[in-house]
Design a protein around this ligand. Structure first.
Ligand code: ADP
Length: 237
């Protein structure tokens, strides 16, 4: 048992090192690519070449995806090395959730995101990291419900905590895999088999960030009907 734990930790550390080196190496070429594409975008726009601008906009969207993916991989390496940084302050969840929903709707106009309810007060936490939590949950809700057109977010509260529920009308998650989806690199069989893209790190990051905030996350799901992720964030820690 002790040996197993040792081998596992060693492997995790090696992977974290590898991810960190690869992630940092990818950062510079991605940044250069982004800057030059932006320059070209402006240049073509001033010449009125709007067909070319539209092609460049698609390239920019793909570069953004790569940057997000690389950022996620770097975050995984930081978590596994115990170095994910948090900047604490008072966070207005109402504003943060509505901002995240707005950005997600811009990227995925196929889905309307309805936000209901309000948190009576802010929580102590890292706004950037909590923003990552909500964009991951929302982008999953959209990705795994290709035949639906709405995602619902419900904000509730009690004397001790604020609850945020993100509900979709998508493929659902098999009962026996619901615990495992929060593991690093784990993907439910249906997601891979049906060809949904992904690496299986989003929910690992989400769970880690929520844990750092003293909160919890759980999922309810019905196959073919949808899933609801419930996040509970304590008001005091
Ligand atoms: P990714 O989506 O990149 O695979 P995540 O860590 O975000 O990685 O999610 C892990 C797995 O959990 C996914 O592969 C998918 O099987 C399942 N999953 C997450 N969110 C949903 C959802 N809203 N509906 C159905 N399955 C989901």
């Amino acid at each position: 048992m002790a040996l197993d734990t040792f081998v596992y930790t060693e492997a995790e550390l090696l992977r974290a090192d590898w991810l960190s080196i690869a992630g940092h190496e990818l950062r510079t070429p991605l940044a250069v690519l982004k800057l030059q594409t932006q320059y070209l975008h402006r240049h073509l726009a001033t010449q009125g070449l709007y067909d070319d601008v539209a092609i460049l906009a698609k390239m920019e969207a793909q570069i953004q995806k790569l940057e997000r993916l690389n950022g996620d991989l770097l975050n995984v390496s930081k978590i596994q090395a115990g170095r994910l940084e948090y900047v604490e302050g008072r966070v207005d969840l109402n504003q943060l959730l509505r901002e995240s929903a707005g950005v997600m709707h811009q990227i995925h106009p196929t889905h309307t995101i309805v936000v209901r309810g309000a948190a009576p007060t802010g929580v102590l936490g890292d706004a950037g990291r909590l923003g990552q939590v909500f964009s991951n949950l929302l982008s999953n809700a959209i990705k795994y419900s290709p035949h639906a057109d709405t995602v619902e977010v419900e904000i509730g509260s009690s004397a001790e905590a604020i609850t945020i529920s993100v509900r979709d009308h998508g493929i659902g998650i098999p009962q026996e895999q619901r615990e495992r989806i929060f593991e690093c690199f784990y993907r439910a069989i249906d997601a891979s088999r049906q060809g949904f893209p992904g690496l299986g790190i989003g929910l690992y990051l989400v769970a880690e960030i929520i844990k750092q905030h003293g909160g919890t996350i759980r999922v309810e799901s019905a196959m073919g009907q949808g899933s609801t992720f419930h996040v509970v964030l304590p008001l005091t820690r």
